[in-house]
Write a protein that binds this ligand. Sequence first.
Ligand SMILES: C[S@@+](CC[C@H](N)C(=O)[O-])C[C@H]1O[C@@H](n2cnc3c(N)ncnc32)[C@H](O)[C@@H]1O
Length: 280
Amino acid sequence: MEEDRAANLVLASELAPRLCRGCERYHLRYIARRAVQGPERDSLDKPVTIRILGELLAARRPQASGWIDIVIAGAADSGTLATAAAAAFQAGELDRCRFRVLDRCPTPLALCEAYGRDKAVEVTTRSEDLLADTLPHPADFVLVHSLFRHIPPDRHVELMRRFTSWLKPGGRILFSVLVEPPGTERPSSTPVMEGLRAMLEAGTLSVAEPVEAFMARVEGETGRERDHAAALAETESILALFARSALKVEAYEEIDGLWGQGIPGMTVMPRRRAFAVLAP
Ligand SMILES: C[S@@+](CC[C@H](N)C(=O)[O-])C[C@H]1O[C@@H](n2cnc3c(N)ncnc32)[C@H](O)[C@@H]1O
């Protein structure tokens, strides 16, 4: 169920400059970073998400008949989809799972559609602003992975309530966010950019335009809107959001891991991620 990260980079380099003007650098950098770092990039998030979602799928087995709908709210590329598909595969439920991926940008959605075609996984996508759209997306599970740093804090509760309203009886939200208290060291992007350039020059990765032109596109400030990560970066503020959203916390864990493995010249640093299973 592994993604083809190199193919994702080629496709994104074709699409983002046309389809995601204004945020192309953000998308391309994210996708390039995952291609440079490879599966080690997901060494913390992926196994834990597979375990938790696998347990939820197993618990749902006796109740659910027909399709199991898994909605992914915010997808920078095919990463969260591939993780969810791996959980469904390992739980022996992939044939019953339908994945619906929502994002405001067409580039990540195109990568998810390509993943669905390549792996014969049932995937539909919808380009929508999660804060403005009102279409419901009936779900057994809503996966919310690293989305809330993009959402203004005064809209957090409203968005959690929107996700809750999609849940079928017995449905759950699987919520995950980095725990980054003030003063947490942030990784430098320089080794990633150097690694990217070296891999493009060596032909281990490729893109749809000359290397120099692509590097000019991805280097520099990402240009995306303000990062709201600080508002939801500590255990207390994360748990407070669940309480304010009137959600029951069925499970909560914080897992420690490392960031930066697999990138030459990168200082490997600790990072912590919170995972929660939420019920209405
Ligand atoms: C950090 S990524 C989500 C991470 C993804 N689940 C993962 O871990 O790979 C954030 C994504 O959310 C999308 N996004 C941010 N705000 C949004 C909004 N209001 N509506 C829809 N999508 C949004 C961005 O386009 C971006 O692709």
